[in-house]
Write a protein that binds this ligand. Sequence first.
Ligand SMILES: C[S@@+](CC[C@H](N)C(=O)[O-])C[C@H]1O[C@@H](n2cnc3c(N)ncnc32)[C@H](O)[C@@H]1O
Length: 237
Amino acid sequence: MKRELITTNDGSCTLFVPEIEEHYHSVKGACTESQHIFIKQGLKASTASTPRVLEIGFGTGLNALLTLIEAEKEEKLVHYTSLELYPLNWELIEQLDYPHLKLTTDSEAENTRIPAEQLIEEWFEQLHQAPWNEPIAITKRFSLHKVHTDITLWINQNGDERFDVVYFDAFSPEKQPELWTPEIFGALYAMMKNEGILVTYCAKGVVRRSLQNAGFNVERLPGPPNGKREILRATRL
Ligand SMILES: C[S@@+](CC[C@H](N)C(=O)[O-])C[C@H]1O[C@@H](n2cnc3c(N)ncnc32)[C@H](O)[C@@H]1O
């Protein structure tokens, strides 16, 4: 599948897939979207002291990079498992220039803890050069397990690993309806710990009901600044 590099409204880049007319992130701001939905309303909202994160769709690695930065900044151990059916090549990824994003956080004190750009550059490359299907330590605090698989198959094969946070970041339900079903959400529910949370950018009623049917308690939360009006967070109580 062909992919085109585009710049979004907050200055960060994303990819566009002409064949299915889908973007990897919001055109209103790729970095802003990832920070708000997955880091702020997902990772930071988790009560787990050493969160195990599951991402549906590794893609450009932006969520993984922001999670690694957060782990280092907050000195927290994070285990990150990410599923991807269509890995991208490094020559394309490099052009996204994610290590040089202007990252800002909610407070001055937090900003001072953002790691040096050179470290972020090294980590980003390591995230992408890491082997598939093999857990590996990227830093002392952040371990990564990228799985080259189709989520519809993986949900029946994942052993007894349990997750605290799920980043549900598949392409939209219009383009991939087979991934936004009560069956998939039910399988994810079963592999989450109590108080585990799933976050997603899609707030459609049909998605909300599928999550509720799978057993989750679902909240509608404000979307990213200058972006979507609402997002969803589903909690396994
Ligand atoms: C909206 S993009 C988001 C990617 C990523 N989170 C990022 O920050 O770049 C959706 C991702 O899901 C992947 N994907 C699509 N179908 C999949 C499937 N059946 N199983 C696993 N991954 C899939 C796509 O290749 C793509 O990388």
